[in-house]
Design a binder for this molecule. Sequence first.
Ligand SMILES: Nc1ncnc2c1ncn2[C@@H]1O[C@H](COP(=O)(O)OP(=O)(O)OP(=O)(O)O)[C@@H](O)[C@H]1O
Length: 365
Amino acid sequence: MNSVEFKNISKVYGKQTLLKETSFAVEAGTFTVIFGAPGCGKSVILRLLTGLEKPTSGEVFLRGENATSLSAGDRNIGYIPQSFALYPHYKVRDNIGYPLKLIGAPKSEIDDVVARTAELLRITRLLDKYPNQLSGGEKQRVAIARGIAKKTDIFIFDDPLTGLDFKLREQLFDDLRSMQETLKATFIYTTSDPLEALMLAEKIHVLDDGKVIEAGNIETVYHQPQHLRTALLLGFPKINTFDGTLEKDSKSIICKTKLFSFPVDLNQSEKSDNDQVVVAVRPQYLKLNEKPSGKSIFINANITLAEDLGGEMVIHMDADGVYLLGVERHDSFSQQEGAVEIGVANQNLMVFDAKTSRRIGQGAN
Ligand SMILES: Nc1ncnc2c1ncn2[C@@H]1O[C@H](COP(=O)(O)OP(=O)(O)OP(=O)(O)O)[C@@H](O)[C@H]1O
């Protein structure tokens, strides 16, 4: 069953068409991340969901029912906005309980819900403090607690952790995941941060140029993206790309790039007459001075910078004018400069149609 379904939704602001007849569904009880570049329309999607805005055309379904004309008050969605304001003159417990008080819930019920949500977010000890006595991360927890105090099965989070340092965000990732498992509700969370998406999502929807271009389980979408934009947006460091041309001989299809050539397995389902392609390979699959297993291609390059990120090193390289990124573990790679041989297993070379950006195949083993 789907909690939420967008059917052919468009949203136009003046001359800007932000959403272009996009359709997608969010399965009930999942932690779903809507991911896309800053400004691509993630917050607008959430506002269309809550009913704060209406689509220019198309329909929104909630819990299987057409909700397009339902007012925000009748949609029963818990909303945790990007920027929130706590009431400074209310204690934490009253801030959390405020939405329930507003709908006239009895005090005993409010007390129960406040105690339960405070426990979920590990802020019980803060309940009698005022907002100005809290750190930034604690305020964020209180705001999330206020959002999830609502009794409902759908919660939406509009990029609520921006501005927090990474350690704090990591703790809150764990809290959000375990909260979702406890509540068994649908969590829809937006972010433009690939690491946040990878750490939080069970399902992901990738929004680009007005449409959800790809959706599915996070592991599948990350490891086997079906769209070049997904491969470019979702990953850190940025994926390596090469322009290529497909050449067919009697036996096989060969992809030729400036630096290497390899045989390609074309997907049967993605027919393409175009021979111009983009080859993409994640930095993690570049093996430096190491032979990958299976059939592989090799590139000679020079290290231009070895960037130390603590446990990992991002290796910047140049191969005949082509810029390449690799990732190596700190404890197993010590070379800072000079020549390297890069090996990439053919199966890690993804091939996309240069015109449509759709995935059409991969390197043959
Ligand atoms: N009410 C509005 N009126 C006019 N234009 C709007 C309105 N709301 C949003 N927009 C336009 O839509 C674009 C996308 O906005 P939105 O806030 O949904 O992006 P986002 O993907 O959530 O970005 P971020 O990741 O930075 O939060 C904005 O750049 C703006 O141009």
